[in-house]
Design a protein around this ligand. Structure first.
Ligand code: HGY
Ligand code: MN
Ligand code: MN
Length: 435
């Protein structure tokens, strides 16, 4: 076929299988779902997360594709089995994550993984040869709900996991080593999960917006221009446990009372002082957490975000100063035991143009917007140009059971991903029945 890729893609009768896409989203939504709240709980490397990954691998095999698991626990689906992490062709990587927050939604992450598999399967089934190798990835532990290293899998692929604590632990102090092994990974071989620089031609991620912008504007597609920076600190607050009835108030070293001050100081940094866009304590684990014992230790997380790396750094410094003052005032020790930094990243202008053209072809109204949520894309941005596509979130909510998107928008987003992939990988030949 002659003509540029754009015309070919525009005239393509080739299309994803919408029913298959929606079926797989529904199948995954049953894994880790609470009958009480309807929320999905598939913390990274949990049994439910492993079940979701097993489902994805089974669907990939049934489609004649070649799934594998790397040392970091990422599920990598390729057109055919290859022994190394990179064939001689550059890859067009597409994906997202299957793990969720606690009691979260059915679309955050899972939607992008299912759409990536759908695009890969459609390309392979139709016999469309592409210049780059299309690869679908389910990144491990993007949320960091159980093990505090969010973006774990994408950091490993981007070669950013060096310098980790020797034995990473979950928020309860349980070792990652065994949980990772059960998920098919290998803590001692993490380096092998890295993809060589230049081996990924482009990375595309389709995701629900998780905010209100598209729903308010009525646009169906979001073309992401920037992804927020994020600093996640895991703190240990150490005081002294004691009898809540006999220990005088004077001289107590109550770790939960100190942690409460940390919560308010965190909120104050953004709400009153405006040092960063948002600041949140989302997890707090007191120990021993029993009604008549003064809490001796607390493990908690602080999440600071801004699209400006300097503002985020200033906010972090202000928080660290507040921690020192709180420790002194309460007689506790406050230690940062784990930290994850993801700088704000911009997406590739060329990939934004490819997304816009693909969206135009489908007659869908779109707008460009930043992402307030963090995504694996910002880690893969270390080794490849990235593009992100959003679809509207009903009510602008996410990380809750009510997270939802109109099925027509889910299909539309996957069609935009498919056409953008075609534009990006450039089919070298279309199957004869397309002539
Ligand atoms: O927290 C986030 O921004 C994303 O959902 N991991
Ligand atoms: Mn999320
Ligand atoms: Mn996500």
């Amino acid at each position: 076929m002659s003509g540029t890729l754009v015309q070919q893609a525009g005239s393509l009768s080739l299309d994803i299988d919408a029913d298959r896409l929606l079926r797989r989203i529904a199948d995954l939504a049953r894994i880790g779902r609470s009958e009480v709240t309807g929320g999905i709980t598939r913390e990274g490397f949990s049994a439910a997360d492993r079940e979701a990954r097993a489902y994805l691998m089974a669907e990939a095999r049934a489609a004649g594709l070649a799934p594998s698991i790397d040392a970091a626990g990422n599920v990598i689906v390729r057109p055919v089995h290859v022994s190394s992490s990179s064939t001689d062709r550059q890859a067009l990587m597409m994906g997202s994550h299957l793990d969720t927050v606690v009691n979260g939604g059915r679309l955050d992450g899972a939607y992008g993984v299912v759409a990536a598999l759908e695009v890969l399967q459609t390309l392979v089934e139709s016999g469309t040869e592409t210049r780059h190798e299309p690869v679908a990835v389910a990144f491990a532990n993007e949320e960091g709900a159980l093990f505090p290293q969010p973006f774990w899998g994408s950091m490993a692929i981007a070669g950013r996991l060096a310098g980790l604590p020797r034995e990473p632990q979950d928020h309860q102090g349980r070792p990652l080593r065994e949980a990772l092994r059960l998920a098919g990974g290998d803590l001692d071989a993490l380096g092998s999960a890295g993809w060589p620089s230049g081996s990924v031609a482009a990375y595309l991620e389709l995701h629900v917006e998780q905010g209100p912008v598209l729903e308010r504007s009525g646009n169906r597609i979001g073309v992401v221009d920037a992804i927020t920076g994020r600093i996640v600190l895991t703190l240990e607050v150490r005081g002294a446990a004691g009898h809540s009835g006999t220990a005088p108030m004077e001289g107590r070293r109550d770790a939960l009372a100190a942690a409460a001050r940390v919560v308010l100081a965190t909120e104050n940094i953004s709400r009153e002082r405006g040092l960063c866009r948002v600041a949140t304590v989302g997890r707090i684990d007191p120990h021993p957490n029993t009604p008549n014992t003064i809490v001796g230790a607390v493990r908690m997380t602080v999440d600071l975000r801004d699209t400006d790396v300097w503002r985020a750094a200033t906010a972090e410094q202000a928080l660290r100063h507040a921690l020192d003052a709180i420790a002194a005032a309460t007689g506790t020790e406050i230690e940062v035991v784990a930290e994850t930094r993801s700088d704000p990243v911009s997406t590739s202008p060329a990939l934004r143009t490819a997304i816009e053209r693909s969206t135009d072809e489908l007659g869908l109204p779109y707008e460009t917007l930043p992402s307030g949520a963090g995504h694996d894309a910002q880690m893969i941005g270390d080794i490849a140009p990235i593009g992100m596509i959003f679809v509207p979130s009903l009510g602008g909510i996410s990380h809750v059971p009510e997270e939802d998107t109109d099925p027509a928008d889910l299909v539309a987003g996957a069609r935009v991903l498919f056409r953008t992939a075609l534009r990006t990988v450039g089919p070298t030949s279309y199957p004869s029945h397309q002539d």
